[in-house]
Design a protein around this ligand. Structure first.
Ligand code: FE
Length: 345
């Protein structure tokens, strides 16, 4: 019986080889069993998505949740015996670190290539974005739009002295942003920018995007940088007052485009359930799953032609910086050094 199964597997393997560059799991090979997901996304709404997948396919979804870097290390340490099939994470830098750690393997899927735009997937097919978010400037509306402020670079203008509040530079959102500025402006200018912004702080870095939105709305400071999905969270009847007090600027529209970061997923090199992992990845790129992901956390769906929530749409359209994850990832260590030199805690 086992022999027969092995022979069948070898036959399927041969078929896959001869079919060559497409592993799209929906090509007809029946799938059963389970899938082990290592995820650093921690949104309750993701759980319903997993249940929906199980209902549709019969494949059981097992999850391990932890910080992305811990998951990457764990998969590397588990080596060929790792039960991990799919790594799901947030942040371009971490996707790049997963690439660098050699734990992901390329996936040839026409479905994924059709649905996910080229700049939102690894050119070597090791990961695919699931959703994106933009890092934008917010300001206190009552105090008026800061004159001439339409770029990240402009936040270092001495005219803004004492008006900016920010979260810590240890946030991956801030690290990825400075990394993109190193690529666009060069390390010297990027370092000078960090110093210039620090000189404009209204208070030492603190809190998270949510608390900085509240601080700007309350007039504790005038300007901050936050992710779009946090702002959209205030688009509810009870929090609407905060949102109404805030003006937004999509930075760098006349130059590099607004910095975006992403969440994404890749199939683990040693995946014991590779076909299931690919099927799940394709499922996550489907219109319904993309809508669900986007609605759950107010992110921009990565797949083409899928609209974000009305709260996100209300923020307006913008030109996004198309910078790839590798360029952002490679410069993150430098970004951390520059933040430290600028004493942006
Ligand atoms: Fe976040």
């Amino acid at each position: 019986m086992i022999r027969l199964f092995q022979a069948a597997l070898a036959f399927v393997g041969l078929l896959a080889l001869s079919a060559c560059a497409d592993e799209s799991a929906s090509e007809g090979v029946p799938v059963t069993g389970e899938i082990n997901i290592y995820s650093s996304r921690h949104y309750d709404t993701d759980l319903a998505l997993y249940e929906d997948f199980t209902k549709a396919t019969g494949i059981k979804v097992n999850r391990i949740e932890a910080d992305a870097d811990a998951l990457i290390e764990r998969i590397a340490a588990e080596g060929e015996f790792s039960p991990a099939d799919l790594l799901i994470t947030v942040d371009a830098g971490r996707l790049w670190r997963a690439e660098e750690a050699g734990i992901l393997s390329p996936v040839d899927s026409k479905i994924l290539e059709e649905r996910i735009p080229a700049n939102l997937r690894d050119p070597q097919k090791r990961w695919f974005a699931l959703s994106t978010r933009a890092r934008i400037i917010i300001y206190n509306k009552a105090k008026g739009k800061p004159a001439g402020l339409d770029t990240y670079e402009g936040l270092a203008d001495p005219a803004l002295k004492g008006r900016i509040c920010m979260r810590s530079s240890s946030s991956v959102y801030n690290i990825a942003l400075l990394s993109s500025m190193i690529v666009h402006d060069g390390p010297e200018k990027a370092g000078a920018w960090a110093k210039g912004v620090v000189a404009n702080f209204a208070r030492p870095p603190q809190g998270n995007d949510m608390s900085n939105i509240e601080a700007v709305a309350a007039g504790e400071c005038d300007i901050s940088l936050v992710n779009t999905y946090y702002l959209a969270r205030f688009d509810t009847p009870d929090k609407r007052k905060v949102l109404d007090a805030i003006g937004i600027i999509f930075p760098n529209q006349a130059s590099t485009g607004t910095h975006v970061n992403m969440s994404g997923a890749g199939v683990v090199k040693t995946a014991p359930n590779r076909a299931n992992a690919i099927l799940f990845l394709e499922y996550l790129s489907s219109e319904s799953a993309q809508k669900y992901l986007a609605n759950g956390n107010n992110e921009y769906p990565a797949a083409k032609g899928v609209a974000p929530t009305s709260a996100v749409e209300a923020l307006g359209t913008f030109k996004a910086d198309p910078l790839g994850a590798a360029e952002i990832g490679k410069n993150e260590a430098r970004a951390v050094e520059l933040y430290n030199a600028a004493r942006w805690n």
